[in-house]
Design a protein around this ligand. Sequence first.
Ligand SMILES: NC(=O)c1ccc[n+]([C@@H]2O[C@H](COP(=O)([O-])OP(=O)(O)OC[C@H]3O[C@@H](n4cnc5c(N)ncnc54)[C@H](O)[C@@H]3O)[C@@H](O)[C@H]2O)c1
Length: 286
Amino acid sequence: MNHPAIRKGAVAVITGAAVGIGYAIARRVASEGMNVVLFDRDATALDEAVKKLLNESPAVKLLAIEGDVTSENDLHELYENACEFGEVSLLVNNAAITKGAGPWEGISKWRTLMEINFWSVLKLQQLFVETMFSQGGAAAIVNLGSKEGITTRPGNAAYSLSKAAIKVLTEQLAHELREKAGDRISAHLLIPGYTFTPMNFPGITRDSQKPDSPWTADQVADRLVAQMEAGDFYIFCEDNETSWELDQRRMQWAADDMIQNRPALSRWHKDYANKFAHYIADIAEK
Ligand SMILES: NC(=O)c1ccc[n+]([C@@H]2O[C@H](COP(=O)([O-])OP(=O)(O)OC[C@H]3O[C@@H](n4cnc5c(N)ncnc54)[C@H](O)[C@@H]3O)[C@@H](O)[C@H]2O)c1
């Protein structure tokens, strides 16, 4: 049995649904009989996505909305159209960009990334939560996190910050929902590993050959549905080069930076390179 929010005839709203993980989730929940609202700023890719989904399952009910998550108007239109389309039981805040900025780089780059990766998520959450309360049925909100928002590796501070913010926002949301609605409305943090999508492989098409290391977006979507059913909040995905055990060790190391008063991000500090290598050696050897 699926998580009760994933049910036949109810509506799933997915941002950034034209390609990649968003598209795979759309396809996966459509295969469960959900009606899907696909929202994306890329009209051509959105068109293609709809054709492909309809080709696979002609009976599926889709609503494609072209829009930008940074536009309040577009978000309101999405909200209103989705509610007219049916009972919204699943919101997946998936749209994001990685093109970020370093700690003292231009504020406008930070603003653009945070508008897409963080503020839009908060705004959509705020629009849909009250509706989910008043509808009365089971519902769920899935926000897209990242390991870069947990172990926050250096190199793209703005992206890491946005995903760390999404982690905290979703944890707080899960708690408040649990207090107010018991288990009727749940929140989940989906944390993909390295995934074969245009974000990591610009220019790929649906027919491109996948290299060995990444997971497919379909694997991520399958993991989401399975772990929602299991009642998980943190939905981690490994990939073909990073095991769950290695992820666990990296998270423990990051927490130990604080507990042991080590330098920030010591995993990438030259004085700690050998210690970290030793810390994961038994896993690396497997
Ligand atoms: N791919 C990975 O390895 C990976 C790993 C961890 C987390 N994630 C997260 O998963 C989610 C999906 O990633 P993906 O790899 O499928 O991304 P992608 O870049 O392949 O696809 C993102 C989709 O979002 C749309 N989009 C981007 N900005 C938008 C905007 N302003 N308004 C409307 N639509 C917009 C794009 O047009 C595109 O269709 C993101 O939140 C990403 O941070 C991805």
